[in-house]
Unconditional design. Structure first.
Length: 288
């Protein structure tokens, strides 16, 4: 009987992967007519077969519009006795379905993020926040990409005042600099401003950490490389007014230039002193 059925399906031009799932279903006494449809790929057939083997209501997902990964998420949800109707919808991709399924399995309020406008990776950050018991409403907004969300949820978990940087106009890298400053107890108000790009913020943060008067260079008109030169000058005790003057004059002279010039001057002084000493006999063979 099984051989006759297999021959029947062979005549319907199923490929080898589809036939494999039909054969396995027949061997297990399943009603393969549920999925023996050329519209289903072999992988889709597999998800339906697995569901039938577990005695599940596969009708929820045995639809060719669902790809096999979406089918898998629905099948696993049914297996875990959760309300899959919340996410067994075509407007959710498989990653979104996964995050909703996991949230339901963790008994979380997935209504906060079970929305097609959130990408799966954004849903993951919201789910993580819910699991940690923080106020996810602060960042469960589409204007925050997942990287921004990750910085906000991390701040909430660590008890930081995220209201300082939980603003869409900050990039996630800017948020990271502000987060690090808050974590280290620094006065981030000096640089927590959208007009500073993250590398400028980093130079100001480093200056604050070492106790420098960052007001000298914490100005948007200085790019991060110029800020670096000024900061290094302050740390080395160099008169930064010369650096500032050169920057303002759009010259490329930096702290390194000033330091090298000082070394050159010192070397010239040494050579000048040597010039006053008796010269060696030029005829002496220096290779000897």
């Amino acid at each position: 009987m099984k051989k006759c059925m297999t021959k029947k399906f062979n005549e319907l031009n199923f490929n080898e992967w589809q036939m494999e799932q039909i054969r396995l279903g027949l061997e297990n006494g399943l009603d393969v007519n549920v999925y023996a449809n050329p519209e289903f790929s072999g992988m889709q057939m597999k998800q339906i077969r697995l569901g039938l083997e577990e005695g599940l209501d596969v009708g929820v997902y045995a639809k060719s519009d669902f790809n096999w990964m979406q089918m898998q998420e629905v099948r696993e949800g049914i297996e875990n006795n959760i309300d899959v109707s919340i996410y067994a919808k075509l407007n959710f991709d498989d990653e979104q379905m996964k995050q909703i399924r996991r949230g339901l399995e963790e008994d979380l309020d997935v209504s906060v993020y079970a929305k097609p406008e959130f990408e799966g990776i954004q849903m993951e950050q919201i789910r993580y926040g819910l699991a940690k018991g923080v106020n996810v409403n602060i960042y469960a907004k589409t204007e925050f990409d997942w990287e921004k969300m990750s910085k906000i949820v991390l701040g909430l978990i660590n008890g930081l005042d995220v209201s300082i940087y939980a603003h869409p106009e900050f990039s996630w890298m800017q948020m990271d600099q502000i987060y690090e400053g808050l974590e280290n107890g620094l006065d981030v108000s000096v640089y927590a401003k959208p007009e500073f790009e993250w590398r400028q913020m980093e130079q100001i943060k480093k200056g604050i950490r070492t106790g420098l008067d960052v007001s000298i260079y914490a100005k948007p008109r200085f790019d991060y490389e110029q800020m670096y030169e000024i900061r290094k000058g302050l740390e080395s005790g160099v008169d930064v007014s010369r650096i500032l003057k050169n920057i303002e004059n759009n010259k490329k002279k930096t702290f390194a230039d000033i330091k090298n010039k000082a070394i050159e001057k010192s070397n010239n002084d040494v050579n000048h002193q040597r010039g006053k000493q008796p010269q060696r006999n030029k005829n002496i063979d220096i290779e000897r």
